[in-house]
Design a protein around this ligand. Structure first.
Ligand code: HEC
Ligand code: HEC
Ligand code: HEC
Length: 139
């Protein structure tokens, strides 16, 4: 798993670097043309985020679910608020949507949106009714 992650990130890094930081075509290889969403500034440097978002999210989740610490900087709801497409109001749905697009490209499945909303908070509640069940099972 470690090796796989490093390889994926290396490939991504190379691809992004070769594309001048953008998502242009590179040596005929299709690169995801991601819809970044609202724009503005990410919660950390985009390159840092590309390499570390999974660790940040998992850490924040553990803090919230296990220790009850809320309102940290790496809230999934905050990512979705900003990265949801202005076209379909989601981070999922098509291979241009932010989370789905890149994850399809690197073939890494994430189950986060089975519970968390993939839409910004002004259009849908953050967590579905499953939340209580999960909290109980984590005790
Ligand atoms: C089975 C349902 C379920 C799944 C799947 C799930 N979560 Fe959660 N998650 C929860 C619940 C419930 C909470 C607690 C919400 C609260 O108490 O505020 C939570 C809290 C969090 C938090 C802290 C609250 C926030 O938004 O900052 C983060 C971050 C988080 N989850 C990330 C993830 C990530 C990343 C994944 C996928 C790897 C994931 N979750 C998958 C149910 C789930
Ligand atoms: C206020 C808006 C905003 C918020 C909130 C935000 N981002 Fe970002 N994010 C951006 C922008 C803008 C970029 C840079 C896009 C670019 O320059 O290519 C970016 C870049 C990224 C990248 C790198 C994409 C690439 O080009 O490789 C990842 C991964 C990422 N964000 C994940 C997250 C996660 C996870 C969260 C929540 C913890 C989050 N972002 C919160 C706006 C935001
Ligand atoms: C620029 C590409 C890119 C974007 C955009 C992106 N991811 Fe990722 N993500 C990756 C890569 C690469 C991995 C590492 C896969 C591995 O470790 O095998 C990863 C891993 C993860 C993991 C850990 C999965 C695991 O099982 O280890 C989670 C959770 C995750 N991403 C959530 C998100 C969420 C939520 C978003 C949207 C806010 C997002 N990602 C956007 C590329 C991206």
């Amino acid at each position: 798993m470690k090796i796989r992650r490093i390889l994926l990130l290396l490939v991504l890094g190379l691809v992004f670097w070769a594309g001048g930081g953008g998502y242009g075509a590179w040596a005929g290889v299709p690169i995801p043309d991601l819809d970044i969403g609202q724009g503005g500034h990410c919660v950390a440097d985009p390159l840092y985020m590309r390499l570390n978002h999974m660790n940040l999210l998992i850490h924040q989740r553990d803090q919230t679910v296990r220790q009850g610490i809320r309102g940290g900087p790496y809230s999934l709801a905050v990512c979705v608020d900003c990265h949801a497409s202005k076209v379909n109001h989601s981070v999922l749905g098509t291979s241009r949507n932010f989370c789905q697009g890149c994850h399809e490209y690197v073939s890494v499945r994430i189950d986060c949106f089975e519970c968390h909303s993939s839409e910004p908070r002004n259009t849908k509640a953050m967590i579905t009714g499953q939340s209580r069940v999960v909290k109980e099972s984590l005790k």
